[in-house]
Design a protein around this ligand. Structure first.
Ligand code: GLU
Length: 312
């Protein structure tokens, strides 16, 4: 009898937690993006996971020169520490094209020659506007040039359990319709790029703003068609102003002040419903130690949006 035996080799191991923050460089980091960065970072670190940063500069018509570097500098000044190198979507078009081709070859995606005006005239309304009526789904009508490429959706419910917002279900064919994966202007669509990147980066948990909750079933559908592993999702309450409008980099909402990171981090922590230290932390190290140690996803308010704490 051997006195020592090796532990059984596990056949399927659970991948180690890997999270990410994926800002679009459309302007400097504002309080709303700080909340998303903080939530994803704390969840990763509290789970002893890694945390990646990806710059979503795919849509060059929205990208503002210099802001990607500015966002990264601000994150550093706030004390965020990312793992690995920063990915830039603008450098990954070949990967998106490769996966798009797989979908086209399997007839899961098809070229569409319709203009927006034509779609609006023929379409019924879904939760995000016009539902594509399927004009080109059986082939381009004669004399038509391909403009965009669309992904087929099916008559079935796509379900997932969001770690903050609870169980979600969407019938893609009825509520969204066949959706664009490559746009008429030639750019790959966000939905395709985000799914390819999350899979190739090995992301296991997506923590981001609740404005993307409605996009998630489209992303799960794409993951399934591309046979990618499914990450879990947590959608944090958005930061809105008194009129209910989401703070956005694009509309020039006040950037966070990188010279005074602590007050903004404490406000972001409060927005996420986390326990607050009884004494204000003396410095960033103390803040991070407290916040990681006390992080609780269960304490994040189950709301799609909320005013920033000082406006409540
Ligand atoms: N790039 C998106 C933004 O800045 C976030 C996308 C995502 O997290 O999936 O709002």
């Amino acid at each position: 009898m051997p006195v020592f035996s090796f532990p059984m080799k596990k056949t399927a191991s659970t991948p180690r937690y890997r999270g990410r923050f994926a800002p679009s460089p459309t302007g400097p980091l504002h309080f709303g993006s700080l909340v998303a960065a903080l939530g994803s970072y704390l969840d990763a670190r509290a789970n002893r996971g890694s945390w990646r940063v990806r710059i979503e500069d795919l849509d060059q018509t929205r990208t503002v020169t210099g802001t990607a570097d500015e966002i990264l500098r601000t994150l550093e000044q706030f004390g965020f520490e990312w793992d690995g190198t920063v990915l830039y979507q603008s450098q990954r078009s070949d990967l998106y094209a490769h996966h798009l081709n797989l979908l086209l070859q399997a007839d899961l995606a098809y070229p569409c020659g319709c203009s927006r005006k034509e779609i609006n005239l023929a379409a019924s309304q879904g939760i995000e506007g016009a539902i594509y009526p399927g004009t080109c789904s059986r082939g381009l009508p004669p004399g038509r040039q391909a403009r965009a490429i669309r992904l087929r959706t099916f008559d079935q419910a796509t379900r997932f359990n969001d770690a903050v917002q609870g169980p979600q279900s969407q019938r893609l064919a009825q509520e969204i319709g066949d959706f664009v994966v490559r746009r008429a202007d030639g750019f790959h669509a966000y939905q395709l790029a985000v799914v390819v990147d999350d899979a190739l980066q090995g992301i296991t948990r997506v923590v981001r703003g609740a404005d993307l909750l409605l996009s998630t079933p489209r992303q799960i559908h794409l993951q399934q068609l591309l046979e990618f592993p499914a990450p879990t999702f947590a959608h944090l309450p958005l930061v809105v102003d008194r009129t209910g409008r989401k703070l956005s980099k694009q509309s020039g909402d006040a950037p966070v002040d990188a010279r005074k990171p602590l007050p903004a981090l404490l406000l972001a922590l409060a927005h996420l419903g986390q326990p607050m230290p009884s004494e204000p932390p003396l410095g960033l190290d103390e803040f991070w130690e407290w916040a990681i140690c006390h992080w609780s996803m269960a304490a994040v308010p189950k709301k799609l949006a909320a005013l920033p704490p000082q406006l409540c």
